[in-house]
Design a protein around this ligand. Structure first.
Ligand SMILES: *Cc1c(COP(=O)(O)O)cnc(C)c1O
Length: 420
């Protein structure tokens, strides 16, 4: 069973759709997925020995490159001491300390096992803390797959064209209000919290318009609602203190994930001590996890955070800039209507001549053009995410040479696309 085809056939008979997360099945771009045998810095190598420059990078969970020796060693060392205890470990304190030190306004943090758990728990905390039920989210923002947040989500849901999901009863989303991204909604005192991707990265890449985040903070304060930044993607990627630091807007709660686990399952949410103390065992809001604060995940995450110094952020920004400029030039040269928005090291791809500013305009991207671009790049040894609403994650392993290879492949692919 050494070919992608044989593995996918076997996977489909064992796992729904053959995958453990829907977008991986290539449904929206066509074709069949490659099965990764191993990763190495900016590259992944599939089971047939094909080597790809990888811009997926575990959808942003990887920032220092695959199988970084420091990270692998930290995990191995932690594993030798035992993988899970159900009792507190020093790694949890160390990772919490590192996170709290870096993000302004964060006094306390609770570690969980995924971004989904982080947002789900943060919303429960916001409701419990305020004694209110209503939750406001923005169309096209994705916050994981908790029931109450599966309304007008981005990412795989955007691709699937679902406004929600079967199995989510109307009652679960009855208190979820969906507002257009980029416009500060008028709130009232029934609202417990507003959750937002401070830079939207699950409907392609959409930066918040000037004043949007500060406006949200003001409106939340006016009615006593909590503001939650979902920085599961942006946290420690767009800058050393995420979008909180870059925007200068301090939310009440911040959700983290992806990068902070160094490629192992993790999530976190944190905020002011006064809010966080509503959480059990200090307060009445229950939240727990058998594997939470896992010693392998904290060791990997801590190792990665220590590598993310000012130089690293300069490199990330530079990689993002080179990639965005190069792709933009490739599409311009071929006369293909496309936008390549960038925020720090995050790069989006929008096949339309007008920029995306919200979910409606984001969905004007040509999914057919994305599918062609995706396969053209894959044929040339560059792996993008198999979904038109995902973003690219150049990391520290994406040196200028590697980015140049991507740009060459994009220039050829764009030319092919223009030729029809
Ligand atoms: C990935 C993501 C999540 C969900 O995290 P999981 O670890 O996949 O559960 C939540 N919010 C945002 C913004 C994300 O990008």
């Amino acid at each position: 069973m050494h070919t992608n085809e044989a593995l996918f056939a076997a996977a489909r008979s064992l796992i729904p759709g053959g995958v453990n997360s829907p977008v991986r099945a290539f449904g929206s771009v066509g074709g069949e997925p490659y099965f990764v045998a191993r990763g190495e810095g900016a590259h992944v190598i599939d089971v047939e020995g094909r080597r790809y420059i990888d811009l997926v990078q575990s959808y942003g969970a990887i920032v220092v490159g695959h199988a970084h020796p420091f990270v692998a060693e930290a995990i191995a060392e932690a594993a030798r001491l035992g993988t899970s205890f159900g009792a507190p470990t020093p790694g949890e304190v160390n990772l919490a300390e590192e996170i709290v030190a870096r993000i302004p306004g964060l006094d306390r943090v609770r570690l969980v096992n995924s971004g989904t758990e982080a947002t789900m728990s943060a919303l429960r905390l916001a409701r419990g803390h305020t004694g209110r039920d209503r939750v406001v989210k923005f169309a096209g923002n994705y916050h994981g797959h908790a029931d109450l947040l599966l309304a007008a989500g981005g990412s795989g849901m955007a691709t699937l064209g679902l406004s929600g999901s079967a199995g989510v009863p109307a009652s679960a989303v009855a208190d979820t209000l969906v507002a257009p991204y980029g416009v500060v909604p008028d709130l009232d005192e029934s609202v417990a919290c507003v959750i937002v991707e401070p830079v939207a990265a699950n409907m392609g890449l959409v930066e918040p318009p000037e004043g949007f985040l500060a406006g949200l903070a003001t409106e939340c304060r006016r009615v006593g609602a909590l503001l939650i930044f979902d920085e599961v993607i942006t946290g420690f990627r767009v800058g050393p203190s995420g979008e909180v630091g870059r925007s200068g807007v301090t939310p009440d709660l911040v959700c983290l994930g992806k990068i902070i686990g160094g490629g192992l399952p993790i999530g976190a949410f944190g905020g002011r001590a006064e809010v966080m103390s509503s959480l059990a065992p200090e307060g009445p809001v229950y939240q727990a996890g058998t594997l939470s604060g896992n010693p392998l995940a904290t060791a990997a995450g801590l190792t990665v955070l220590k590598m993310l110094d000012d130089d690293a952020y300069r490199s990330l920004e530079e990689a993002g800039r080179r990639l965005a400029d190069g792709l933009g030039a490739a599409f311009d040269a071929a006369g293909i209507p496309a936008r390549v928005p960038r925020s720090g090291g995050l790069v989006g791809l929008h096949f339309n001549s007008e920029p995306a500013t919200d979910y409606d305009s984001a969905r004007l991207t040509s999914e057919a053009a994305y599918a062609r671009f995706f396969h053209g790049m894959l044929d040339r040894g560059v792996a993008l995410a198999p979904g038109a609403y995902e973003v690219m994650f150049p990391g520290l392993a994406h040196t200028p040479d590697v980015i140049e290879e991507v740009v060459v492949a994009a220039t050829q692919t764009a030319r092919d696309m223009a030729a029809g």
